[in-house]
Design a protein around this ligand. Structure first.
Ligand SMILES: NC(=O)c1ccc[n+]([C@@H]2O[C@H](COP(=O)([O-])OP(=O)(O)OC[C@H]3O[C@@H](n4cnc5c(N)ncnc54)[C@H](OP(=O)(O)O)[C@@H]3O)[C@@H](O)[C@H]2O)c1
Length: 245
């Protein structure tokens, strides 16, 4: 039987894209899902679809920029299922733009969601994972967390930060806490809709013509989780074969 079966998995940003695809894949493998995002109707529909297909899932409306809401998501997992095996720190946004445009509000939003949201996730699960002497934190970085390109400076800064956090969790987690940093290339989701600069949007649309399906990333996440406890999959980069960047 798969190592995923019976595991309690929290997913932030579960209402679309990679989070939603991961929820479906892990539910089919027998995970107990705890779904967080801001759009309740999406979460409800996802929960209903999982339950209809014989899976187990609950949801809680969660804005990851509010630490108390991320704590409440972790509490919901423990109340419903008694433990937390995996956190998929996935919520994120990508309003790319050149620095000269000074879209400072968007910079702050990216710092708040892509970095602080991830930190709040870590804070919400780490004590429980320590008590359990076991746990697994999976962070969504990006190819942009490995390379910088024009218009990606702030987004890349947040994704480099995520990569640093993943490595920190790996080093400090010791034998108890597994750490996986997932770096997708172009994947067809709603992510590019957060770009407000028309020129950047046009360039990104061209790159995303080669975008792969969100389930490609869900499979990578499932692979990391389903390894035996003494195997820590630390770093995965998944690009479309056609992607030059
Ligand atoms: N798609 C790609 O090409 C790609 C490539 C590299 C990395 N990634 C990373 O993958 C992750 C998932 O992105 P995606 O591609 O699946 O994009 P997406 O379809 O836009 O999904 C983003 C998710 O994040 C949630 N979210 C945004 N702000 C939030 C907040 N303040 N609190 C809670 N949830 C929030 C959204 O839900 P609500 O709006 O309902 O809150 C949504 O469920 C992101 O971290 C992204 O940077 C994606």
């Amino acid at each position: 039987m798969s190592e995923i079966n019976g595991k309690v998995v929290i997913i932030t940003g579960a209402s679309s894209g990679l989070g939603e695809a991961t929820a479906h894949r892990l539910a089919k493998a027998g995970a107990k899902l705890v779904l967080g995002a801001r759009r309740e109707e999406r979460l409800q529909a996802l929960r209903d679809a999982i339950v209809e297909q014989g899976g187990e899932a609950i949801y809680r409306v969660t804005d990851v920029t509010e630490r108390s809401q991320v704590e409440a998501l972790a509490d919901a997992a423990k109340e419903a299922y008694g433990r937390i095996d995996v956190l998929v720190n996935n919520a994120g946004l990508m309003p790319l733009s050149p620095l000269d445009q000074l879209k400072v509000d968007e910079w702050e939003q990216m710092v708040d969601v892509n970095i602080k949201g991830v930190l709040y996730g870590i804070a919400a699960v780490l004590p429980t994972m320590r008590e359990q002497h076991a746990g697994h934190i999976i962070n969504l970085s990006s190819v942009a967390g490995h390379v910088v390109f024009p218009a990606s400076a702030v987004y890349s800064a947040t994704k480099f930060a995520v990569k640093a956090l993943s490595e920190g969790i790996r080093q400090e987690g010791g034998e108890e806490i597994r750490s996986t940093n997932i770096s997708p290339g172009a994947v067809a989701t709603e992510l590019t809709t957060t770009i407000s600069d028309p020129d950047t949007a046009k360039n990104v649309d061209e790159l995303y013509e080669a975008a792969i399906d969100a389930d490609a990333i869900a499979r990578a996440i499932a692979y990391a989780i389903e390894q035996p406890a003494d195997v820590d999959v630390n770093e995965l980069i998944i690009r479309p074969t056609k992607q030059p960047l």
